[in-house]
Design a protein around this ligand. Structure first.
Ligand code: ATP
Length: 225
């Protein structure tokens, strides 16, 4: 029966997954797929860092190469894609500036979900204007083998805001701004870019750690030797 009332529209949810992606691997891809599903994301953008402040410029693979590998890795996906926005911005790539830029570009209707690994959030106090990040976006933390998830609460309360409150249903916290920091359970994969680069340098196989198209790209372009 028509009531004359329109159904409430589903929120538009945009996941933002930054990183060096040198190269992108199944640890990133599978986690992203599971986050898309669990949070019903409308879109997820992988954002390769243009000029990462935390990695030494020496030896970092050029942005265009990391972008190309990331696009090969994601392929044709209904929700996920790769953004070149940090590569287009001059200077160091600070997440705070990326978030502000995205908020401006997409407008107020989208909910933003900043996705990062447990290793990264435990170091959040080294990021530029990191406290402000939590006023702009929800956070989705991916568990990672080898990192102690019990340290998350301690780091958040000490470094981010002493008034973060535990969430009732999900595993995580609510920031006074209303944004959540959720610890998302995903399939744990002990894969890292560092490990992959080391294996290539040592002449070892990297098959099945990342998409085949990326493995072939690495071999053809003689990366990481
Ligand atoms: P490197 O070893 O070169 O530092 P990395 O593989 O850790 O690279 P980054 O590109 O630096 O990957 O990471 C991008 C984001 O993805 C970070 O927030 C990181 O914590 C997360 N991440 C990386 N690998 C995994 C993994 N295996 N599982 C879950 N999250 C991951």
């Amino acid at each position: 029966m028509a009531t004359g009332k329109s159904e409430p529209e589903a929120p538009l949810r945009l996941g933002l997954f930054g990183g060096t992606f040198n190269p992108m691997h199944y640890g990133h891809l599978r986690s992203a797929e599971e986050v898309c599903e669990a949070l019903a994301l409308t879109r997820l953008w992988f954002i390769p860092a243009g000029h990462p402040p935390h990695k030494t410029a020496q030896g970092i693979t050029p942005f265009e190469v990391r972008l190309e590998m990331s696009r090969l890795a994601v392929g044709d996906h209904p929700v996920m894609s790769v953004s070149d926005l940090e590569g287009r911005r001059p200077g160091r790539s600070y997440s705070i500036e990326t978030l502000q830029q995205i908020r401006q570009e997409v407008g107020p209707t989208w909910e933003l979900y900043f996705i990062l690994g447990l290793d990264a959030i435990l170091e959040i106090a080294t990021w530029k204007d990191y406290k402000d990040l939590f006023t702009l976006s929800h956070f989705v933390v991916l568990d990672r083998p080898g990192y102690d998830r019990r340290r998350l609460e301690e780091v958040l309360l000490r470094e981010v805001h002493p008034l973060l409150r535990p969430l009732k249903v999900e595993r995580g916290f609510q920031h006074p701004s209303g944004h959540k920091v959720v610890l998302q359970a995903t399939t744990l994969m002990d894969i890292s870019g560092t490990g992959i680069r080391k294996m290539v340098r040592g002449g070892r196989s990297i098959r099945y750690l990342l998409p085949e198209a990326v493995r072939k790209y690495i071999i053809t372009h003689k990366l990481y030797l």
